[in-house]
Write a protein that binds this ligand. Structure first.
Ligand code: CU1
Ligand code: CU1
Length: 286
């Protein structure tokens, strides 16, 4: 059992150990394997293939397992490390301590958006983007998109999503107008294209906007907060089904074979959403 803390509460030593473990994972080539895997499972609902990770009910359990795998890889390097979470409703500025030199580094420079400071700046040598997996050689960001400003989601936005009484609903894709899952995942709802989870990827900009967004280590802190929101939603709706659909869709359903019901094994781990509903044996949030 370990504890995932709010990133703003990390001590300088905890930040240093986390960064060191991430850089070591990168040196070993394991980090890029996580990036590659995310790109592989970036299947949209315009495709007829199975999509365990995005635009889909299993958005939450798939990313829970993905984060756990990453956290365990870090812990093989340094057992004291856990993935902190970024509460972007509270730390909403490009100059918050999250983006300081001693942690994730800041926004990209004008022109090519290259991140120039902090441990993930290309010029410091420890963070090269793998060109066989992603376009570009260096980490890019465009925090807040100054040329066309975009605000991070607010507490009220999060509360609205947490107020959804149902986990997810047909047609179980990016167009669902009700349900907690798409309210958080954030596709095409009421003409607003990027909400909560998606909007945060856009706000960071650069490599965070693409299929290989884990190239930016802030990905993990963002998704730890998304995971925490799932925990909070379940606490707020103890009588609601924790995951839907409960049973496999009938053969005639347009989403049959493309989405994952409660007991359908998800690739690449063959783990069922039902096995990931209870995080409390594994970690807790401070
Ligand atoms: Cu993802
Ligand atoms: Cu994401």
């Amino acid at each position: 059992m370990h504890i995932r803390k709010n990133q703003r509460d990390l001590t300088p030593g905890e930040k240093r150990r986390l960064i060191e473990a991430v850089l070591e994972l990168k040196r070993r080539g394991e980090y890029d394997e996580f990036v590659r895997m995310h790109g592989e499972f970036y299947v949209t609902d315009a495709e007829a293939r199975p999509r365990p990770a995005h635009m889909t009910p299993s958005f939450f359990p798939w990313h829970r397992r993905y984060l756990l795998e990453f956290e365990q890889a870090l812990q093989r390097i340094d057992p004291s490390v856990t993935v902190p979470y970024w509460d972007w409703t509270a730390d909403r500025s490009p100059v918050s301590s999250l983006w300081a030199d001693d942690f994730l580094g800041g926004t990209g420079r004008i022109g090519d958006r290259q991140v120039m400071d902090g441990p993930f700046a290309h010029r410091h040598g420890g963070w090269r983007i793998n060109s066989r997996i992603s376009d570009g050689r260096y980490l890019t960001r465009n925090l807040g998109r100054p040329s066309d400003p975009l605000a991070l989601p607010t507490r009220a936005d999060v509360d609205r999503a947490l107020g959804q009484p149902v986990y997810d609903a047909p047609p179980w894709n990016s167009t669902v107008r009700s349900g907690f899952r798409n309210a958080v995942e954030g596709w095409n709802v009421d003409g607003e294209r990027w909400r909560l989870h998606n909007r945060v990827h856009r706000w960071v900009g650069g490599l965070m906007t693409g299929a290989t967004s884990p190239n930016d280590p802030v990905f993990w802190l963002h998704h730890a907060y998304i995971d925490l929101l799932w925990v909070r939603w379940r606490r707020a709706h103890p009588r609601a089904a924790p995951y839907l659909p409960h049973t496999r869709l009938p053969a005639g359903d347009p989403q049959a074979g493309r989405i994952f019901a409660l007991d359908d094994p998800m690739p690449p781990w063959d783990v069922r959403p039902s096995a990931l509903l209870d995080h409390s044996r594994l970690y807790r949030y401070a």
